[in-house]
Design a protein around this ligand. Structure first.
Ligand code: ATP
Ligand code: ZN
Length: 297
């Protein structure tokens, strides 16, 4: 392979991962010139180009060295790693990216008697993930036939071509619409940044390290929330104890109310309604949860 001095990232050309992946790269300061119906997009500011392909091709392109990194579902990456054995075990999940969340699950017809994986013995399971399903069957000690389908897996039981399926599930709506019931989760998936375990030793390696650092910053800010509330000095301890993790909160006086304090805390993740209600019960009021756009410590 001819040495390259520009980094090349593969991502899905058009599908569920396309917009969020592009948005993430933009937030990392990467912008691209070509229109998106082309296969190749030239990176403007940084020496990083994009290759737009089918998601299934991404692990192979990285393994062959055609691309240095890829944004792809963990389901696709792990299926590739399993099926291609040791030679391609050198692919690593560099970062989970927090979008494209779904799970790979077994589902059976609603009326089927199913309580444990052993109930699949002797049955046919339709899936687009034969490697992952076979691994799971082996681990569970189940002897079932795996039927590989490229798509429309969920209608296989109705068509009589399979007894059960293993497919990606997000809300579960597709399963319900096809009178199927989810029974076992094989894999929790999301989009990941995939790449070779051994980074290139030239400038591309430096660029990957820079990109990983930016990515960490972007992901941290995306998940951060600023919590603002008012509390009396007497409730302060009880309120502080309930705050979701993060650095020490900042306390500010409230004009004209010497027994009141304004509290400001940076939280590492979502703050749920339930958490807010608990904090309120402890004596807080006037609570706000705000997204953080940029952060420079
Ligand atoms: P391509 O043309 O690139 O092969 P595709 O049809 O295989 O497209 P999409 O349906 O766009 O791919 O899904 C891409 C990825 O999105 C999946 O591999 C998976 O990681 C993730 N995903 C999240 N939720 C779902 C879901 N409900 N169904 C399928 N994939 C999902
Ligand atoms: Zn695909």
């Amino acid at each position: 392979m001819k040495p390259r001095d520009r980094l090349r990232i593969a991502m899905q050309k058009s599908g569920r991962l396309t917009e969020p992946a592009l948005d993430l790269l933009n937030r990392c300061g990467l912008t691209f010139r070509q229109s998106r119906d082309k296969l190749f997009c030239f990176g403007e500011g940084e020496p990083v180009d994009l290759l737009l392909v089918r998601d299934d091709d991404i692990p192979g392109l990285i393994a062959q060295g055609v691309c240095d990194l890829g944004i792809v579902g963990r389901n696709v990456l792990n299926e590739f790693r399993g099926v291609n054995g040791d030679a391609d075990a050198a692919l690593t999940e560099w970062r989970p990216l927090g979008f494209g969340r779904c799970r790979l699950s077994i589902a059976v017809p609603q009326e089927m008697d199913y309580s444990k994986p052993g109930d699949l013995n002797g049955l046919r399971i339709a899936t687009s993930y034969p490697g992952l399903v076979n691994d799971w069957l082996r681990a569970e000690g189940v002897n079932a036939a795996v039927i590989t389908l490229a798509g429309s897996v969920e209608i296989a039981p109705k068509l009589g071509t399979a007894d059960a399926i293993c497919d990606l599930v997000q809300s579960g709506g597709t399963l319900v619409a096809n009178q199927l019931r989810e029974t076992d989760v094989l894999l929790q998936s999301e989009a990941v940044l995939a790449g070779p375990t051994a980074l290139p030793t030239d400038e591309r390696g430096d660029m990957i390290e820079l990109l990983l650092k930016r990515l960490d910053g972007v992901i941290q800010v995306r998940e951060s929330r600023l919590l603002l509330l008012q509390t009396s000095r007497t409730s302060l301890d009880a309120v502080t104890r309930l705050l979701p993790g993060g650095p020490q909160p900042t306390l500010l006086p409230v004009a004209g109310q010497p027994d009141q304090l304004m509290l400001q805390a940076l939280c590492a993740g979502e703050v749920s309604w339930r958490q807010l209600e608990e904090i309120k019960k402890a004596g807080a009021r006037e609570m706000f949860v705000l997204p953080v756009e940029k952060m420079l410590a």
